[in-house]
Design a protein around this ligand. Structure first.
Ligand SMILES: O=C(O)CCC(=O)C(=O)O
Ligand SMILES: [Fe+2]
Length: 321
């Protein structure tokens, strides 16, 4: 089973799609049990009881680079077959390739857990915290078109995610507007730390929609899709995703280079990428000056995304091309 033409059209239009029934209940049950064990060292319900008794060990708040309750860690491969084998689902892989319109190349996979009672992953106000995830695997700010330099993220729903279980808030169609929306937000002083400061002022963007889904579904979304976390209305539930990001194979030096360097190494790699030469940056996958990725817009965004980077060589090549 792969995407129908109508589903693919929906993905291209909205920048995301939630596909039901990609994984069986049995697979999800086993995967969730393994994930609970990794993060809590016990089933979520037992941890919740500890929480009620005021003796829970802190679990997780979204993305982590490591974890260990004897069995595993949060980065792929986790060490638990019930989680690691999810990557072998043929329909799931086919859908990536449909969305990418190319062969897929691995960027990164990890466990993403939000635990209702302790979760702090969300912003204070519903108009805050809107961002793209592109930077997780790539330092290049959004280009003015989709289908070239962006990649595809996914989250597998290990259980039902209802409205009160903190579904991600997705802005349909925002993947096509991310470049412009960031440029405008920067010019208006409405962007900081990779997020749009106040969504109400980004009037070009549509109203956010909660990514609710049933157990066994997967959401696929463009790395340029603007979205945010929201608080749990029901703080007695958790939200457990197995996530995978993949890029176009013809593009993978540009979209993979930041991983594994970026996670644990971000504080070392970013200053180095900032100060080094365009030639050396290209060894790590940056397109060279003169490449069509560099436009007035992407150069402006780079100045903000990588503060202190010398953009002269990229500007000069643009002027002479
Ligand atoms: O999973 C969520 O609710 C959104 C979190 C998010 O956007 C992020 O961590 O990048
Ligand atoms: Fe995000």
């Amino acid at each position: 089973m792969s995407l129908t033409p109508a589903q693919l059209e929906q993905f291209r239009r909205d920048g995301y799609i939630i596909v039901p029934d990609l994984f069986s209940d049995a697979e999800m049950h086993a995967a969730l049990a393994a994930m609970d064990q990794t993060f809590y060292g016990k089933p979520f319900d037992a941890w919740l009881a500890d929480c009620d008794a005021g003796q829970a060990e802190a679990a997780s708040d979204g993305f982590t680079t490591s974890h260990d309750h004897e069995t595993g860690r949060s980065q792929f491969p986790t060490g638990a077959d019930a989680l690691d084998n999810l990557i072998e689902n043929e329909a799931y892989l086919d859908i990536f390739e449909q969305c990418l319109h190319d062969q897929a190349s691995y960027c990164n996979a990890h466990l993403f857990l939000r635990s209702g009672p302790t979760d702090k992953r969300h912003s204070e106000h519903p108009w805050q915290g809107y961002h793209i995830d592109h930077n997780t695997n790539c330092l290049l700010p959004p280009f003015g078109e989709v289908g070239r330099f962006d990649y595809v993220n996914s989250g597998v729903y290990l259980h039902d995610v209802e409205d009160d279980g903190a579904p991600i808030m997705m802005i349909p169609g925002s993947h096509k507007l991310a470049h412009e929306a960031y440029l405008r937000a920067l010019a208006a002083g409405n962007a900081s730390g990779g997020s749009i400061t106040d969504l109400r002022e980004a009037t070009e963007l549509a109203k956010p929609v909660p990514a609710v889904g049933k157990r066994g579904s997967a959401v696929f979304y463009s790395s340029y899709l603007i979205h945010a976390a929201q608080p749990f209305a029901d703080k007695r539930v958790q939200r457990a995703f197995w996530t995978l990001s993949m890029c176009r194979r013809d593009n993978d030096r540009w979209t993979r280079f930041a991983n594994p360097f970026i996670y644990g190494e971000r504080e070392h790699m970013l200053p180095f990428f900032t100060r080094t030469t365009p030639r050396v940056r290209s060894l790590f996958g940056f397109p060279k000056p003169g490449h069509p990725y560099y436009t007035e817009g992407t150069i402006k965004l780079l100045a903000d995304f990588i503060p202190g980077i010398d953009l002269k060589p990229y500007r000069q090549a643009l002027a002479t091309s």
